[in-house]
Design a protein around this ligand. Sequence first.
Ligand SMILES: *Cc1c(COP(=O)(O)O)cnc(C)c1O
Length: 384
Amino acid sequence: MKKDGILTWVELSQSALVNNIKTLARLASGRMMAVSVKANAYGHGLPEIVGLLKDRDEVAYLSVHSLEEAVACRQSGWKKKIMVLGPLPLADTAAVTEFELEPVIFTREALAALGRISDKSKKKIRTHLKLETGTHRQGITEKELPVFAALYKKYPYLGKPLGASMHFANIEDTTVHEYAEYQLKNFNRLVKMMAGLGIKPKIRHTASSAALILFDHTRFELVRPGIAVYGHWPSKETYLSYRLEGGANNIFRPVLAWKTSVTQIKDVPADSFIGYGCTYRTTSPTRLAVLPLGYYDGYDRALSNRAYVLIKGRRAPVRGRVCMNLMMVDITDIRGVRLENEVTLIGRDGSEKISAEQLADWQGTINYEVLSHISQALSRNVVK
Ligand SMILES: *Cc1c(COP(=O)(O)O)cnc(C)c1O
């Protein structure tokens, strides 16, 4: 569904998003859900996804990385809760109170900065503590916890921490889940310790998509899915583990399709080099379509001479290097291609399909990176 004046665009399926939210809400069975819209909603477009989630009762929270993203959620009309997962700029945490955000805290400096703000405004701030259980990225260690408890005492207007959280290090990448169990044990121990220090959390949350899908005992009071909301499995291993436990197929549907247009058609003779570096040479007379996007738009250069796109329901291989703003595909064997015909980069066309996972395989990365790299500048069209 193309709009006039646009050659490359992203399509978002509202019905797929609703399907995924309902599936996740069923898995969460009554727990609160914090949907991750960081990284421009995993490349889908933050304002569009927030617009679609706004009126869904299943979604109590959005989670974001930065204060800027949190403000963008408010500007897109989100009135419910927002959890900020990433670091706060210490010199200016005012947005936390101004936009009623719930920061996840892992440094004493950030907690003290919020303490000073609450002292001045005499207003409570809803905070969550991130606990170190084995990821060694952001968490607060057992040794540090008393310092945080003391800060809550020092700044009484802050109130007690509302939540305690952790993040799994090795839950997507394997079908063996011993490390996740080890982390959970650490989490439960630290939460008990918080209670002993007089800062017992009301909401415990640990579950990203993979944990939510696979393990009931990671769900606690709130779950934090990201990738599955958009209809993608966190990994093949998560999918396999789920299916081995007897889980149903097709419980998620991809929300995003990525489209562009044929903007030039040219016939080149046998033995012609195509594109930068002369990495491809034709062996017979060849018809090429030039497409108006490249690595600037998020179509990775590693896809050069490797991927294919779909035109008229058929595969057109990428020839030569992907350029900054252009790329060439082979349409020699596809009849009747005309200027501005639709081209599918991710999505379905007839009986053919290209998934974000397929592009990730070709690029040597994961679906998360492929999706989040799709340029924010491209226009997003919501299909009802
Ligand atoms: C991104 C993120 C999530 C969501 O992870 P998915 O694998 O996309 O479901 C959950 N929790 C934290 C702390 C995150 O950073």
